[in-house]
Every structure is written in structure tokens, then in C-alpha cells.
Write a protein that binds this ligand. Structure first.
Ligand SMILES: Cc1cc2nc3c(=O)[nH]c(=O)nc-3n(C[C@H](O)[C@H](O)[C@H](O)COP(=O)(O)O)c2cc1C
Length: 426
């Protein structure tokens, strides 16, 4: 079952508007032009689509908030920053089916009453940027963008904006500050961007994959979509499978698939013996063999003690050291912390120092307690999701692999000889 990659996987399909039109592209926009905003929102709400960028917020509700907001102008922003390590799904859409995204953004603008849109694209995405630039020109030439779209009263333009490589700029409010030309640092929420967004005006900000579902939802109806996959969080999901599997890649699968099926059926099994899985990238808690039968929808992964996030499924085999993995996650968050709020700025640094110490053979048992406390403090007091999730992988590593930490601290030994243990062994 393919919704998002339906065109891309067809032989001979290219990113051109010609290919897109041949597959029925822009027909959903034509349909939307004859619908009221209320009816469009009704269909999206019926679909039960939730955001695919990580927070899983209901998309129909988000659009409704922005539509009902009194202030003008309104904006549509696409989050194409794709910064979570292990995530590489949006790129597939941007590079191969750019008009799918453009059509969805145009429908969104029509629905909420926006005249201007932005695509905030990851700076390293050179090819997708070029493809999108060409697609916007094609859409303009064919009157899908610009003034009086398809002879209607509705006008809309889309601008491209390149990020500069900061993970935090994928967080929606930091993205908006960066888009406004400021330093990319998160804002306090609430107010949420639907009410106070770009230039403090009502803004719908959605992930690329979220948008990519919209044309099909409008074409086939919300009820159709709501019956696909898991009833708790319907549709398909682009799962980015990486790490120690035989066939890594991006797989579009219905959300009632299990983690085990993704790894075994699509990834063709683990290289070596499975140790752990990060189901939603480095921001998520580790799962182990015990949770392999979890359904890969948003609520089920949460109930299993982790989070699906953007769907970055990273498989880790038993040749890796969990303490080293925790240290590397901590280094990432320390490096990427924007520094605006104290708990995240100072906390991520301290966490990295502690874990570097443990991997060098100078850890103490009290360090584990301290890491637990830091996890609570960062979760409760950090300004945005970066700090709040910074210790998920670390804390779950301690909880699920206590013996590995104990061996490093007590015996000064790394079971797989990855950690340097320099302080003790010279
Ligand atoms: C540190 C951090 C990084 C994020 N990076 C991304 C990203 O690269 N792409 C994305 O779509 N959402 C990212 N998000 C989630 C966004 O803040 C936001 O929830 C999402 O773009 C909203 O779109 P959606 O409702 O369609 O998911 C990130 C969140 C955090 C806290």
C-alpha cells in the first residue's frame, strides 16, 4: 500500500510536472478549489492524519486553528530540515516528487487563507533544493502558483529558504526564528505557531511527509485514509531503516506493521545478533528484543516506552557498546544544544562529561544516579524538545543495560573493547 511513494515507485516516473500531471497530479487542488475551507478541514480531520515530523499533532486540527485565527496575513511553512540522525525520508519526496509537496502546500494555503509559503530546507540538501527550485518554476508556468491560480481569486507563492545545519532549526519555533533571519533558537510555547508563527502571524507548519498525504486524502476522502493501517494512528509511514540490518532503506508501510516485521521482512534481518533499536532516532528510548512486537504507530510505540518521532529506526547489534552509544548520543545533544536555556546548555554538557568519564574508566556509581536526576531536570525544564529528549537514549540505556554500565564502572572493562578506558589502562 503506497500513498506517498505511489508515483516515485512507478517505472519511468520523473520529478517533472509532466510526470506528475500524467499520474493525476494537481487534481486534488482542482477539487479543493470547489470546496469550502470547512469541508477540506473536515476531510483531513476524518482521515485522523497526525504530523509525521515527530510530535504527532493532528493535522486537521492544526489547519483549523490557523483557518479560524483572526489575524492576517497567514503563512504556510514546510519543515524540510530533516535533521534527526537516522532520518532520510523527506529527501526522497523532495528529490523525486516535488509537485506532491507543492500541491499540498497550495491546498493548505487555500484552506487557511495564506498568500505566501516557505519551504525551509536542510542546507546539505543540494539536489533536492535544485529540484524544488525547478518545480516551483514549472508550477508557476502552469498557473498552479502565482496570481489567480487556475482562474480563481486565489493567489499564492512559495519561497525556498536554506538552513545552515543546526539540528535545533528543525524544531518549529527555532525554524521560524531562523526563517525570520534571526539566530535559530526556540521560542517559549504557548503561543503555538498556528496563532503566533512566522512574523508573529498565524502559520501552519508541517513536515514534508505530512503534507505529502494531503492530495490523496482529498482525492479519496478522509474515511478512506482512516481505514489504512492502525486505527489508532492511521495511514502509512515512511520508516527509515538503518544500522545493522541487511537491507537498509526507506520503506512506506501501513502503520499497523510491527517493528519485527520492518526489521525482518523489509530489512532482511539483523546483521549479527540484535541488541537494541532506536525506533525514532537518537531522541527516542531504546527498545530491545522484548518490545519487537510493538505496532509501529505513535501511541503503541509510546506505550512500549519510547517514541516513533520521525520514524528513524536505527538497529544496533551486539558488537556495539551501549555505554559508547549513550556517550555518542550525549555528544550529539551537547553539540547541538542552542544554548538559549540553561538546563539544556549546561545539562547536556554535564551529561557528556559524565559519559566520557565512564567510557574512560573513571566513572562512579553515583554518576548513574546523577544522570537519572539530570534526565528529570532536562525533561521538566528545558525550553524545547531538544533538551527534553536529550537523555531519552541515555536513560533507557542505563535502565535496560545496567550490567554494561556496572562493568565499565566497577571492572573498568568494555565488553566489546570499544571504549578507550585510558585513565585506568594507560
Ligand atoms: C530538536 C528538534 C528537531 C526537530 N527536527 C524536525 C525536522 O527536522 N523536521 C520536522 O518536520 N520536524 C522536526 N521537529 C518537529 C517540529 O518541531 C514540528 O513538530 C513539526 O515540524 C510539525 O510538523 P508536523 O505536525 O507535520 O509533524 C523537530 C523537533 C525538535 C524538538
Amino acid at each position: 500500500m503506497e500513498i506517498i511513494l505511489k508515483n516515485i515507485n512507478k517505472a519511468g516516473y520523473s520529478s517533472s510536472i509532466k510526470s506528475y500531471l500524467k499520474e493525476g497530479g494537481y487534481q486534488a487542488l482542482e477539487k479543493a478549489l470547489n470546496m469550502s475551507s470547512e469541508d477540506i478541514i473536515k476531510e483531513i480531520k476524518k482521515s485522523k492524519l497526525v504530523g509525521r515530523g515527530g510530535a504527532a499533532f493532528p493535522t486537521g486540527l492544526k489547519w483549523e486553528f490557523a483557518y479560524k485565527a483572526k489575524e492576517h496575513p497567514k503563512y504556510v511553512v514546510c519543515n524540510a530540515d530533516e535533521g534527526e540522525p537516522g532520518t532520510f525520508k523527506d529527501r526522497i519526496i523532495l528529490e523525486n516528487d516535488p509537485h506532491l509537496l507543492l500541491e499540498a502546500m497550495i491546498i493548505c494555503a487555500l484552506t487557511i487563507g495564506a498568500k505566501t509559503g516557505y519551504i525551509y530546507i536542510r542546507g546539505e540538501y543540494f539536489k533536492p533544493h535544485e529540484v524544488l527550485k525547478g518545480a516551483i518554476e514549472e508550477a508557476k508556468k502552469n498557473n498552479f502558483l502565482g496570481k489567480n491560480i487556475l482562474g480563481s481569486n486565489f493567489s499564492f507563492t512559495i519561497n525556498l529558504y536554506r538552513g545552515a545545519g543546526a539540528y535545533v532549526c528543525g524544531e518549529e519555533t527555532a525554524l521560524l526564528d531562523s526563517l525570520e533571519g534571526k539566530k535559530g533558537q526556540s521560542r517559549v510555547k504557548p503561543p503555538f505557531p498556528t496563532f503566533v508563527g512566522f512574523e508573529n502571524k498565524p502559520t501552519v507548519l508541517n513536515n514534508v511527509e505530512t503534507f505529502a498525504n494531503i492530495p490523496q486524502i482529498l482525492a479519496n476522502g478522509g474515511d478512506w485514509f482512516s481505514k489504512i493501517g492502525s486505527p489508532r494512528s492511521p495511514g502509512t509511514k515512511l520508516y527509515c531503516l538503518s544500522g545493522d540490518v541487511n537491507k537498509p532503506g526507506v520503506y512506506e508501510l501501513p502503520t499497523d506493521i510491527t517493528l519485527k516485521e520492518i526489521i525482518e521482512k523489509y530489512g532482511l534481518g539483523v546483521k549479527g545478533k540484535l541488541k537494541a533499536v532506536l525506533p525514532g532516532g537518537v531522541s527516542s528510548n531504546l527498545l530491545t528484543n522484548k518490545e519487537l512486537n510493538v505496532t509501529m504507530d505513535y501511541p503503541s510505540v509510546q506505550e512500549a516506552g519510547s517514541m516513533l518521532g520521525s520514524g528513524a529506526v536505527v538497529v544496533i547489534n551486539d558488537r556495539h557498546c551501549i555505554v559508547d552509544l549513550a556517550k555518542r548520543c550525549a555528544e550529539f545533544f551537547d553539540y547541538e544544544s542552542c544554548g538559549k536555556c540553561t538546563p539544556c546548555r549546561e545539562g547536556t554538557k554535564r551529561v557528556r562529561e559524565i559519559l566520557v568519564g565512564i567510557t574512560r574508566g573513571c566513572g562512579e556509581f553515583s554518576d548513574l544516579e546523577l544522570l537519572g536526576e539530570l534526565q528529570e531536570v532536562l525533561y521538566d525544564t528545558s525550553r524545547c524538545g531538544l533538551g527534553q529528549a536529550a537523555l531519552n537514549a541515555v536513560k533507557s540505556a542505563i535502565d535496560k543495560f545496567p550490567m554494561e554500565f556496572k562493568k565499565h564502572i566497577l571492572n573498568k572493562k568494555c565488553g566489546v573493547n570499544i571504549c578507550p578506558m585510558r585513565e585506568v589502562n594507560g
